[in-house]
Write a protein that binds this ligand. Structure first.
Ligand SMILES: [Zn+2]
Length: 306
């Protein structure tokens, strides 16, 4: 039996938003079964709680935003990705600013935080979204599709006209252990030549070599170099997991993406959810072992029970 998970205790983290440049404190609270992931802006008077799901996504340009206007939380994707990486279903997230802190530009700080905080198994079965039919979305030459598979597999291809990136492909078979070892540490990246244009749009005010891989016309500028030779496509997989976790359940399906981004990931979620014949939601108790065993945590992180 594979049960829903939450965190063992309240924990806070402070950092800056990559786009806003503002210092923010994010506080995570344990939550009950079937609560899901919910955000609350504590700096906005009378702000309603924002439930994180594909339909509450308000914007997908350069980041994934839950909500819209004054009551919104930007750049949720790396945090949500880390939650999925640990099989965490239920968390109440309070934040005193507009954007989840970027930390080092990867999920590593959240992975560390979740490891230190501990995981609790709740007294209710996990639910899985099982893909039954292929669903595909396309925008220009970019596309993404999801098709039946007993496990979550992400086959990602990125293409950049840059000598360090060029074309990278990675096929990632999800398990909590694989996520922590192969994906969680991969950082976001950007081109030095785009910095001025993004700053003029009010974006990346908090961006620096401390929270992104930065590339000039030829090479990586960061003195420490890359964490993986294919760190770029690994980060795309990290983003994809965060964005598709907004389906609201663990996922049994194979996702293939070509030059995808937050917009395409959200379109894929919305199209799947709008196609009732393409999926079903089932209890983990009724699933094959190979589907649920991907959520086994490394022994040192094994959840306690409430
Ligand atoms: Zn990202």
């Amino acid at each position: 039996m594979l049960n829903q998970r939450t965190i063992a205790k309240k924990v806070s983290v402070t950092g800056i938003g990559i786009h806003s440049g503002k210092k923010v404190t994010l506080t995570l609270h344990p939550a009950v079964a079937d609560f899901g992931v919910q955000f609350k802006r504590t700096d906005v008077p009378n702000a309603s709680v924002l439930r994180a799901n594909a339909e509450t996504v308000g914007a997908t340009e350069n980041n994934t935003t839950i909500g819209a206007g004054v009551n919104a939380v930007h750049t949720v994707e790396h945090l949500l990705s880390a939650f999925y990486g640990f099989g965490i279903d239920n968390v109440y997230c309070e934040i005193d600013g507009p954007e989840v802190p970027i930390m080092d530009g990867s999920g590593a700080s959240f992975v560390f935080l979740l490891k230190e905080t501990g995981i609790v198994s709740l007294n209710k079965s996990k639910k899985f979204l099982i893909v039954l039919e292929k669903v595909r979305v396309e925008v220009d030459d970019k596309w993404a599709e999801i098709e039946p598979s007993s496990k979550l597999i992400i086959d990602s291809t990125i293409v950049f006209a840059h000598p360090t990136i060029k074309s990278q492909n990675k096929v990632f078979e999800f398990s909590c252990e694989n996520y922590i070892n192969e994906i969680g540490r991969a950082r976001t990246f950007g081109m030095l030549k785009d910095v001025d244009a993004l700053k003029r749009k009010g974006l990346i005010k908090g961006g620096s070599l401390d929270n992104a891989i930065v590339l000039d016309d030829y090479k990586v500028v960061n003195p420490e170099g890359l964490r993986f030779v294919d760190e770029f496509v690994r980060h795309k997989i990290l983003d994809t997991i965060g964005d598709i976790s907004l389906l609201g359940h663990e996922i049994a399906g194979k996702i293939t993406t070509f030059k995808s981004g937050h917009n395409l990931h959200n379109l894929l979620c919305r199209k799947l959810l709008a196609t009732p014949s393409a999926y079903e939601i089932v209890s983990a108790a009724s699933l094959e072992r190979e589907t649920v065993e991907a959520f086994a945590l490394p022994r040192a992180l094994a959840p306690s029970f409430h």
